[in-house]
Design a protein around this ligand. Structure first.
Ligand code: PMT
Length: 425
């Protein structure tokens, strides 16, 4: 498994993994980059190998994972001579072959080293030796991230043209809360692909001037203090929309029910639990919104009376449910002139006419129909397939990643915007 062989046509992306808890997420990044067509190589720092085995990456990539300048330790040591299998100096051949180098996660230490040109291991040496674009995705404790030394190093790297994928905020492995979480794998992978082919992934700022209010995730309706009625929504579709809209220049307000995802960088984020909390958060921010997208799976029913104590198991239990308010319908009734409203429909079939009736009942401008009975798409999947339905047409969006679908949906939102401007003039 030589490292210098270039697979036909596929861009060669080297992923540098440094030693933080988020090192395990680099395996997902490798997969995401491969799905986007890249031939991925991996270089690990010594500390990274304390968190993840090099074999994990070798198995995923089909290339030997580079673990050292000199070899001699790790389960599959690098060349003890420092030469690769074709006799070239390995860090030079890796540096020369790569079309892009992405360091994810990048620790404060690695960021400091590369900012100051130190080269004491394979990864930092490769950074100096390569002319390929460098992408850095930091992950660390919030105080380390906010430390003036780290911020100065980041500013230095930015000044030199390094692309920084901003960390998100949230609960950190160290137990603290704040900025420092590795950005989403999707955001890192998309950034790499954009850097690789700027023409194909040109920074479209076509949503500049729009404020997109997005709901995401599955709401939870309490039964008692410890139980709830929920659903299988992971929030991935809504978060993909938020990230894509933000990248295309929109202001984004994300109202999210509980998910396992990190809030996307650059969005105004509100965390809610129940359908009623989501409704209130949406209505409170509706006056700013020019586009509303309801990607959340909102409970249609809640308990008429929530137990104040944990219910005991004493035979059969009958719960009385009452309908929740329809958030999308409320939005349509209260929206300002020109605010576009896009709903989603999670159905067990692809009946376009049924979905269109749902859209009309809510008064939305469009509805995205996804058939959640299909394996591999819909709830909690990385992928989705849908139809973007308006009064006049139904545009099929074939199966793709949710991030790719987010771009397609936003393209259609822009087409709606163009049509609404034209009909108003
Ligand atoms: O989150 P993921 O795991 O990525 O999965 C994505 C998804 C399948 C959840 C998403 O693509 C999707 O289909 N979301 C809508 C799910 C849903 O609740 O569908 P619905 O047909 O029950 O509702 C129709 C629309 O009305 C939706 O826009 C919904 O947000 C909205 N609604 C529903 C009930 C309610 N009380 N208020 C609402 O606004």
């Amino acid at each position: 498994m030589a490292n210098t062989t270039k697979n036909s046509g596929a861009p060669w992306v080297t992923v540098g993994v440094s030693g933080g808890v988020a090192a395990y997420k680099a395996a997902e990044l490798v997969r995401a980059l491969q799905q986007l067509g890249a031939d991925v190589h991996v270089v690990m720092t010594r500390a990274a190998q304390e968190f993840v085995q090099p074999l994990t990456f070798s198995s995923l990539t089909g290339h030997r994972t580079i673990t050292s300048m000199w070899g001699g330790w790790g389960e599959e040591s690098s060349s003890p001579t420092g030469l690769d299998e074709s006799g070239m100096i390995e860090h030079i051949s890796e540096a020369g072959g790569a079309d892009a180098l992405v360091i994810a996660p990048a620790t404060a230490h690695v960021i400091a080293k590369i900012a100051h040109g130190l080269a004491d291991d394979f990864l930092s040496t490769m950074v100096l030796a390569t002319t390929a674009p460098l992408i850095v995705a930091p992950a660390m404790n919030v105080n380390m991230w906010n430390n003036p030394a780290t911020q100065a190093n980041i500013a230095l790297l930015r000044k030199r043209g390094v692309t920084i994928v901003e960390p998100g905020s949230g609960y950190l492995a160290c137990g603290m809360t704040g900025a420092g979480r590795l950005a989403s794998i999707d955001a890192i992978a998309q950034t790499v692909m954009r850097v690789l082919s700027p023409a194909a992934h040109a920074e479209k700022k076509d949503l500049a001037g729009e404020t997109v209010l997005i709901t995401a995730g599955g709401t939870r309706e309490a039964i008692d203090p410890v139980r709830y009625i929920g659903n299988r929504s992971s929030g991935k579709m809504g978060y993909a929309l938020a990230e894509a809209a933000r990248q295309r220049g929109a202001e984004v307000i994300l109202v999210s029910a509980a998910t396992a995802l990190d809030p996307p960088a650059g969005c105004t984020f509100f965390s809610v639990t129940s359908a009623e909390q989501m409704r209130r958060a949406v209505m409170a921010h509706l006056p700013q919104a020019t586009v509303v997208i309801g990607a959340a799976a909102v409970a249609d029913f809640r308990l008429a009376t929530v137990g104040t104590e944990k219910l005991r198991r004493n035979g059969a239990l009958h719960l009385e449910l009452e309908p929740t308010e329809d958030i999308v319908r409320g939005v349509v009734e209260a929206r300002g002139a020109g605010t576009l409203v896009v709903a989603f429909a999670a159905e067990m079939d692809d009946d376009i006419e049924h979905a269109r009736k749902k859209m009309q009942a809510k008064g939305a401008d469009a509805i995205v129909l996804n058939d959640v009975s299909r394996a591999g798409i819909g709830f909690d999947s990385e992928r989705n397939a849908a139809s973007f339905i308006t009064a006049e047409q139904a545009i099929e969006i074939p199966e793709m990643t949710k991030r790719e679908m987010a771009e397609k949906i936003l393209d259609e939102v822009l087409a709606l915007r163009a049509a609404s401007i034209e009909s108003a003039s």
